[in-house]
Design a protein around this ligand. Structure first.
Ligand SMILES: *[C@@H]1O[C@H](CO)[C@@H](O)[C@H](O)[C@H]1NC(C)=O
Ligand SMILES: *[C@@H]1O[C@H](CO)[C@@H](O)[C@H](O)[C@H]1NC(C)=O
Ligand SMILES: *[C@@H]1O[C@H](CO)[C@@H](O)[C@H](O)[C@H]1NC(C)=O
Ligand SMILES: *[C@@H]1O[C@H](CO)[C@@H](O)[C@H](O)[C@H]1NC(C)=O
Ligand SMILES: *[C@@H]1O[C@H](CO)[C@@H](O)[C@H](O)[C@H]1NC(C)=O
Ligand SMILES: *[C@@H]1O[C@H](CO)[C@@H](O)[C@H](O)[C@H]1NC(C)=O
Ligand SMILES: *[C@@H]1O[C@H](CO)[C@@H](O)[C@H](O)[C@H]1NC(C)=O
Ligand SMILES: CC(=O)N[C@H]1CO[C@H](CO)[C@@H](O)[C@@H]1O
Length: 702
């Protein structure tokens, strides 16, 4: 409620500005002197004795220029003077921003947001998305500050329905089914057949989401982005067609842009080797090979290696203010994999990450786990007493059985259904949020169900027979009536209020190259802002449910307990949970899913990878400071130097089955494919026989 009284807050801001600017000027002077000294001058002093400490004073003085913001280029350190950076380093509504490519634009942010980027000191979290969101260098109060975010879907993990134009060229002729592009695996193969997949994906990454999108997301009153990333940002194994490494360079840009506009990042590992759900957005459509089937353990070990590399990177002080949440596995298909198997994996991943970050608020990111579509209640007691884990749920109306219920009938249901479920999970499990949801009430839209698949709504989706009507009325948003727009907006506002902490799926839907139009409009936040079905100020949704006449509000949350946000008690996991889930690697597979040919005795024989490799570290961004060829220290990619264990790698001499198609493969000879000395009951290892890990810094840099 109080959030809505912003006109009053604005008045006060007049005075705040005066003092604020004065204070900022002083801070900038200090912010310039100190980093300039340490980044530029001190290293120089070490290599030559040519400059003196007083030079830093000179630098500070000349840098103290309100309009240029003092980029600290006047160090007088004897280096050949480079062209001065002449832009400002911070500003609010109406200020001129210099993009990272050197071009400029005028920042628009009606909500008191401040951007901040100092090229001389590029890791400062001085920006604020809007006046109701803490600056990046201030504490995010979990469960108190509201996450209002969007996904950057279809960017670093492509999806046919989000970026149809990428997939449309590969559907006919040489690419007629079954050779058509249906997921990023087949897309990359197809691109590579006709051209250069690396160059084509680079063109997509560099245009689909740009710095301006981050500015626009902050301007929309949002404060977080959830960014799906693929494991192939780190590496690929032989036989995997994905373009390696390139996505990581764009994730680095995302971190810097988020930092510049005051947005926090939920980094979501969206694809897992072997596929965790068999859907197109896992990288490869087909069987599930994660914790399932003959390569299920090996693929999960490989996933742990990548989770470790990512956790090490984002827990570095240069990045931890921005990347405050790490979703370790997107939408694992728990019905297939089994819940105990997932729980065992999650405990292993949790322990590994907290071993890196340490315990308690501020030490590394929150760790997100997805409910796996079995309902949040099934996770209520999972890892009670742990340190900062979050429950992620993806409520969608779109994939329910099609009905021709009127749009208005979808307005109360988020309030009566999703809201209480989230509150209950918040009370029992801990911090809970919707990592994905959309404005769609049915599956209308090109390829929303995947390439070549129809829709439930039209009755053309395999397995459904109900013919209801034409999807055109749902996709031709240019013809939507004011009533349709208003009712869609109310569905959106009900969802925002009920979910409380949310990430809309997704910020942008690309045009179809066939129709020249956006074919799945209800999935695009930016389109909804332009056309009126997304509120320009997301705070308009506050109390939407309570104010709706036909909704009673049964279950307010008690608020998060101290241990649930990294306070007192965090990190002491309940004994029954440890007893149940500490047996990594898993000792059985989900037989309910039809794997009776893999009884526990066979699971013990499955091929594994071994923790004896050199670790992979990820590079940070490079910046050339304006007056020097010295680059700012972006970290070595590894937050915890004590984390010296080996990296999971294949065993030389083991003939592993295809890790993407091993549901019912023949189990290779155990003697060649399992680490020696590992007993298959829990974690006990015969250390004497275990291969000695190769510790960092023997680093295979991605
Ligand atoms: C301050 O910045 C303005 C605009 O770039 C420039 O014209 C002026 O010379 C600068 N003043 C000082 C003292 O650096
Ligand atoms: C955060 O950054 C802003 C801008 O640089 C600065 O004014 C403020 O003092 C910083 N706050 C903290 C807590 O460091
Ligand atoms: C493909 O494009 C990338 C990036 O533009 C380039 O580095 C690479 O050399 C190209 N490969 C071939 C085979 O042309
Ligand atoms: C892409 O095509 C080149 C030849 O044009 C080939 O050398 C390379 O192995 C292909 N890469 C993939 C991942 O298919
Ligand atoms: C975490 O650290 C402890 C203590 O060093 C170690 O025994 C354990 O194996 C580590 N666990 C994981 C999963 O890395
Ligand atoms: C997408 O299509 C719309 C409608 O035809 C058009 O206005 C818009 O410019 C297109 N966007 C892009 C990026 O091509
Ligand atoms: C959930 O809890 C919040 C905070 O206590 C409360 O404002 C809201 O009304 C509750 N929602 C539902 C659906 O019970
Ligand atoms: C067959 C398949 O994997 N379809 C999925 C492709 O991705 C869309 C969008 O996320 C899903 O809705 C489909 O289920």
């Amino acid at each position: 409620m109080s959030e809505k009284t912003y006109p009053e807050v604005r008045k006060k801001r007049g005075w705040l500005w005066f003092w604020g600017i004065l204070i900022i000027l002083c801070i900038i002077a200090l912010a310039v002197i100190i980093p300039v000294y340490f980044l530029l001058i001190k290293p120089h002093q070490n290599s030559s004795s040519g400059s003196t400490a007083s030079d830093s004073g000179t630098g500070g003085t000349s840098g103290n220029n309100g309009s240029t913001g003092g980029n600290g280029n006047g160090g007088g350190n004897g280096a050949t003077p480079a062209p001065a950076f002449t832009g400002a380093i911070t500003g609010g509504d109406g200020s001129t921003v210099t993009r990272d490519d050197g071009s400029t634009f005028v920042y628009t942010n009606a909500f008191g947001g401040t951007w901040y980027f100092d090229p001389s000191n590029p890791f400062v979290g001085g920006a604020q998305a809007n006046e109701w969101t803490p600056r990046l260098n201030e504490t995010w109060r979990w469960g108190v500050d509201q996450i209002r975010g969007v996904n950057l879907g279809g960017w670093l993990v492509t999806e046919p329905f989000i970026v149809p134009a990428l997939y449309e060229p590969y559907q006919t002729g040489d690419f007629a089914p079954p050779y058509n592009a249906v997921d990023e695996w087949t897309l990359t193969v197809a691109m590579n057949k006709t051209g250069n997949a690396t160059a084509m994906l680079d063109a997509h990454y560099s245009t689909f989401i740009t710095e301006d999108d981050f500015a626009a997301i902050a301007a929309a009153g949002l404060n977080w982005v959830r960014i799906p990333i693929p494991y192939w940002a780190i590496e690929v194994y032989p036989g995997e067609p994905f373009v390696p490494h390139l996505a990581w360079q764009y994730f680095l840009k995302a971190i810097q842009w988020a930092r510049k506009y005051g947005l926090r990042i939920n980094m979501d590992l969206h694809t897992i080797p072997g596929s965790q759900n068999g859907w197109n957005h896992s990288g490869k459509l087909g069987p599930v090979n994660f914790l399932f089937g003959v390569m299920g353990i090996a693929n999960a070990q490989r996933a742990l290696a990548y989770i470790r590399t990512l956790a090490e990177f984002v827990s570095q002080p240069e990045y931890s203010q921005v990347v405050q949440y790490f979703g370790v596995v997107n939408e694992a298909l728990v019905d297939t994999i089994g819940q105990p198997q997932m729980q065992t994996f999650y405990l292993e991943a949790y322990t590994m990450i907290r071993n890196i970050t340490g315990l308690g608020q501020g030490n590394g990111p929150f760790i997100g786990i997805h409910d796996g579509f079995i309902g949040m209640q099934q996770w209520a007691s999972f890892l009670q007493g742990s340190d900062r884990i979050a429950m992620d749920t993806h409520p969608y109306n779109a994939f329910n059985d099609a009905s021709n219920a009127p749009l208005s009938s979808y307005i109360p249901s988020p309030c009566t259904g999703w809201g209480p479920a989230l509150n209950q999970s918040m009370d029992q499990f801990g911090f809970s949020h919707a990592g994905e949801w959309s404005a769609a009430v049915n599956d209308c839209g090109k390829w929303v169900n995947g390439v070549g698949l129809g829709t439930r709504y039209e009755g053309t989706y395999p397995g459904t027979t109900t013919v209801i009507g034409s999807c055109d009325q749902w996709t031709e948003y240019g013809s939507w009536s004011p009533t349709t727009i208003q009712q869609t907006k109310e569905v959106v506002m009900a969802s925002m209020d009920a979910l409380q902490h949310w990430f809309f799926w997704t910020w942008k839907i690309g045009n179809s190259s066939v129709t020249g139009n956006i074919e799945s409009p209800s999935w695009s936040y930016s389109l909804g802002l332009q056309h009126g079905w997304i509120p320009l100020d997301p705070r308009d949704a506050v109390d939407f449910c309570a104010l709706s006449a036909d909704v009673s509000m049964p279950s307010p949350t008690a608020g998060l307990q101290s241990w649930q946000t990294g306070g007192v008690g965090a990190g002491t996991i309940a004994a029954d949970q440890l007893a149940s889930f500490s047996h990594w690697p898993i000792i059985s597979m989900n037989s309910a899913a039809g794997l009776s040919y893999l009884p526990p005795a066979s699971v013990a024989l499955l091929p594994q990878y071994v923790p004896t490799g050199g670790v992979i570290t990820l590079p940070g961004p490079t910046f050339t400071t304006p007056s020097s060829t010295q680059t700012a220290d972006a970290g070595n990619g590894w937050a915890n130097a004590d984390d010296t264990a080996g990296y999971y790698v294949p065993i030389v001499g083991c003939a592993y089955p295809n890790p993407w198609d091993a549901e019912s493969a023949t189990i290779p000879p155990t003697a060649q494919c399992q680490p020696t000395g590992v007993t298959r009951r829990g974690l006990e290892m015969d250390v004497g026989e275990r291969a000695v890990p190769t510790p960092p810094p023997m680093i295979r840099s991605a």
